[in-house]
Design a protein. Structure first.
Length: 448
């Protein structure tokens, strides 16, 4: 094994919350604990974001079309995501990680890397690393009620693969000198940088495991996969990953995109959708205290072909009117005669300096109506709800939407702290339910 990677005392850990979205739903909704829970887009073109382990027994997995998940698991509980709640729990967990070490790199809401060499009294051997991670997992469970898996090794690659091997709800630490034995039986698809196309190309040469991959020399891999990719996988097959844990990763773009339940047709429908998507992208810029110079329109048609069109300006902006005008100007490139499946707007070339407006102002096309300003009350009355959403009733209190159809809405009145509650059904035009807004700071981890 190469000893050129990290100092001998360095340990990298990876912590991953198990089936995060689905686990939070089961935690907050006592009546569905132990049930197959699927979280994702509930429309005909929705995809699965997370499936509980009970749902995975039916073959349901993330990124699967929601229609396929319903066919595989007709008894499943299908819920829309509640990102405000997930973000609150995520901040609690990352706060606990930062009590272990200040050097934490978030990868998403539910996983991150930790450089344990910056811990107070950093661990020196695998046993002390395992003890440290076991303590962190216990604090995560006692604080949030959720299970986490953790892995550790001398590199980010080993740590991530170790946490995958630890799932669900376990710890795996790969000691120094044991990396090749740990990697050898793994399929090459388990390595970063090996997607379906690369795996297929390698399989033609009889390479399906990491051990077989390591049997190829550097020149063979470079000839097969190219200079950059070949050198990368040559190192990964040997556990060689020199990337350090980066506590703050620079955001390259901010945006918003929507996949539509039915294809959009014609200029009017596309423009109407873009006005709202651009407004949301501008709102996210403001939330991140940022501005950008390059505005990009993404269009995916019904045949899944995708095009992008961009404009770059001299000054950065987060001005909603400017961004919407630029997007509608870029929409001149859209082939309106084709069905549009997805639209997206992103802003890159980010800067903290917002100049307010661009030197070039774009006007809305004639006959295009301005979208209404978004309302942001703490509690909002909704015309309709999505299964899984938190609601408040003036008499029955807190609950969540169990099901919605054309005529009825059923609410389960329960919270994390109440135990299994009771359900009531209301007519679809009932106006006594209000949407519950999660706080953005740290109250107790349960539901008040």
């Amino acid at each position: 094994m190469s000893e050129l990677l990290l100092p001998p005392a360095a340990w990298i850990a990876h912590v991953d919350l198990d089936a995060f979205f689905a686990s939070v739903e089961q935690l907050d909704k006592p009546s569905i604990r132990g049930e197959p829970v699927i979280v994702g887009g509930l429309g005909p073109r929705g995809v699965v974001a997370t499936a509980s382990y009970e749902a995975r027994k039916f073959g349901v997995h993330s990124a699967m079309p929601i229609r396929a998940a319903r066919a595989l698991c007709p008894v499943g509980v299908f819920l829309g995501p509640r990102f405000a709640r997930y973000k609150l729990v995520s901040r609690m967990v990352f706060g606990l990680m930062q009590e272990i070490t200040p050097v934490v790199e978030p990868l998403s809401l539910d996983e991150g890397f930790l450089d344990l060499s910056h811990s107070p009294g950093p661990p020196q051997d695998s046993r002390s690393v395992e003890t440290l991670l076991a303590g962190l997992r216990e604090r995560v469970r006692s604080t949030t009620g959720l299970a986490a898996s953790a892995g550790a090794g001398r590199s980010k690659l080993i740590a991530k693969m170790a946490s995958d091997a630890a799932k669900p709800d376990g710890v795996v630490v790969v000691d120094r000198g044991e990396e090749e034995g740990f990697l050898d039986p793994m399929p090459v698809r388990a390595l970063w940088g090996v997607g379906p196309a690369t795996a297929d190309r390698l399989s033609r040469y009889g390479v399906t495991t990491v051990k077989q991959l390591r049997s190829l020399d550097r020149h063979q891999l470079v000839r097969l996969l190219g200079q950059s990719h070949g050198n990368l996988l040559y190192g990964f097959a040997r556990g060689d990953d020199r990337r350090s844990v980066q506590p703050s990763r620079e955001r390259k773009s901010i945006g918003c995109e929507r996949t539509f339940a039915a294809d959009l047709h014609g200029r009017h429908d596309v423009h109407a959708a873009l006005l709202h998507i651009a407004a949301e992208a501008a709102s996210r810029l403001v939330q991140h205290h940022s501005a950008g110079r390059t505005i990009t329109l993404k269009v995916r048609y019904s045949d899944f072909s995708t095009t992008t069109h961009s404009v770059t300006t001299r000054l950065a902006t987060a001005d909603p009117d400017t961004i919407r005008g630029a997007v509608l100007k870029l929409a001149d490139h859209v082939e309106f005669w084709r069905g549009v499946r997805l639209l997206g707007v992103s802003i890159s070339g980010l800067s903290g300096a917002w100049q307010g407006v661009l030197p070039l102002r774009f006007s809305l096309p004639e006959g295009t109506a301005e979208p209404p300003a978004p309302a942001t009350p703490a509690v909002a009355v909704r015309e309709s709800f999505v299964p899984g959403e938190d609601v408040v009733h003036p008499v029955y209190g807190r609950g969540w939407v169990r099901s919605v159809d054309r005529y009825w809405i059923t609410v389960q009145f329960e919270t994390l702290d109440t135990g299994v509650g009771f359900s009531k059904t209301f007519s679809s035009d009932y106006r006594g339910l209000e949407l519950y807004a999660w706080p953005t700071s740290f109250p107790d981890p349960g539901i008040a």
